[in-house]
Design a protein around this ligand. Structure first.
Ligand SMILES: CC(C)(COP(=O)(O)OP(=O)(O)OC[C@H]1O[C@@H](n2cnc3c(N)ncnc32)[C@H](O)[C@@H]1OP(=O)(O)O)[C@@H](O)C(=O)NCCC(=O)NCCS
Length: 170
């Protein structure tokens, strides 16, 4: 079957159900083997809920194939854990449906986030990456800063805090 090209557009609050579905399909499938099942059972219901603040921020994107949402991700000036550091931007809530992995959706959305953050005057970007996505972010120029444990649904979820410099013409 021929697959349509990936389109990226800014999300809206109406995308909440489709984004939650992508988050659940992605995290629910791809985190297996990286995290213990008992940790996932507690953390997944919390982390697979689409974030309404991100969805309506104008800085969150969905990737579509043939009109259906198959990926998501975005950026914010606000830290995921709260607070703002001047000129430091944050990548947020990336996921691609497992049936659409490795076709460029995550990279297209990440590229758009880098370009916009640079245009808005940010000079660095951080991401709190899952263990699963560390290699993806490393290939986009992020370096590990520390292993961090995020409280999530009553358990601690091991993540990699990563950072990259934002430069024009990437
Ligand atoms: C991380 C994640 C969002 C990446 O999504 P993706 O849409 O598969 O990303 P891309 O397709 O842009 O890139 C993945 C790979 O496909 C390759 N690729 C991209 N377009 C391609 C194409 N047209 N043909 C073949 N390969 C391609 C990329 O080069 C990249 O390869 P690399 O990893 O060896 O560098 C996805 O793996 C995911 O959902 N992971 C689990 C959830 C997660 O951890 N999210 C992050 C939370 S912090």
């Amino acid at each position: 079957m021929t697959r349509g090209a990936i389109e990226v557009r800014i999300s809206s609050p109406e995308d909440a159900d489709a984004v939650s579905k992508v988050l659940l399909r992605s995290y629910g499938t791809l985190y297996r083997g990286w995290y213990r099942d008992d940790v996932l059972e507690k953390a997944l219901p919390v982390m697979t809920r689409a974030n309404p603040v991100l969805l309506s921020s104008g800085r969150y994107f969905v990737g579509l194939v043939d009109g259906a949402i198959i990926g998501c991700g975005g950026w914010s000036a606000q830290r995921p854990t709260g607070g703002v550091v001047p000129r430091l931007a944050h990548l947020r809530h990336f996921a691609t449906d497992p049936d659409h992995l490795n076709h460029g959706c995550g990279g297209a959305i990440a590229g758009r986030c880098f370009d916009e953050a640079i245009a808005c005057g940010f000079s660095e970007m951080e991401v709190i990456s899952s263990l699963t996505a560390e290699a993806f972010y490393a290939r986009h120029g992020f370096q590990q800063v520390a292993i961090v444990r995020q409280p999530m649904g009553g358990v601690e979820f091991a993540c990699v805090l990563m950072r990259k410099r934002l430069e024009r013409n990437e």
